[in-house]
Design a protein around this ligand. Sequence first.
Ligand code: PAF
Length: 284
Amino acid sequence: MVQIVKTIQEVRETVKAWKRAGDQVALVPTMGFLHEGHQSLMNAAKAANARVVVSIFVNPMQFGPTEDLASYPRDLDKDQLLCQQSGVDLIFHPDADEMYSPDFCSFVDMTGLTEGLCGSSRPVHFRGVCTVVSKLFNIVQPDRAYFGQKDAQQLAVIRRMVRDLNIDVQVIGCPIIREQDGLAKSSRNSYLNREERQAALCLHAAIQSGQQLIQNGAKDCQKIITQMSALINQQPLAKIDYISIVDAETLIPVEQITRSVLCAMAVYIGKTRLIDNFIFEIPN
Ligand code: PAF
């Protein structure tokens, strides 16, 4: 079974030995409770790198005080099995005090990109993500790191952090993986009861409607957002946090569709906050 290590030193020693042998190393950072979305990242990592490290760490720093840190789902045995199936070489599963000493006081922060979309309702989130991901990059020193396109803002933020801070890692984004009925795979789907699970389909319905409108030539973002919102508002269990259409790279809101855009949304289904998005590419 794939080995689980808990200390930074063990990861460093293992990765150093791999690199000495000439192996390329991939990192798939996760918070565990792995599903087919994570598996697609692990498989992509294994296909392009001799060695794959998966980190499993529910990072306290990226949760706000009223968010779901304590209830975030965990299942290390199943995670280990899925990692094994994907040919992962090492799981890094540190305790919080291995990652954060009691007097920890250094952060990686970003302006601009982190302020809109999820950043508006999750003000500390991206500081926590940037800090932990840069720590993981420093610990593992991977050649490539794999992230899901479902967290589109996170992916854009990490790409920018890597560029701005000259981190020597290639960031690879992988497509959203969906359930058969269209719901984007997420560890947080496990919070949904049966009625909520059904209600959650409104996110994908809105995504499809937005895609269709743009494909049919709609250009006015406000009109597109209004139509997508109307679909979601038909569902009594749903409450929109935001639906935005932004430049796919800068995340600055766009009024007219004249270039490639990211259309992203966060919607509460009951108490569970779900996100989804699509990118509409216009070739330059
Ligand atoms: O996407 C996630 O699961 C987390 O935000 C990440 C990248 C593992 C950082 O904790």
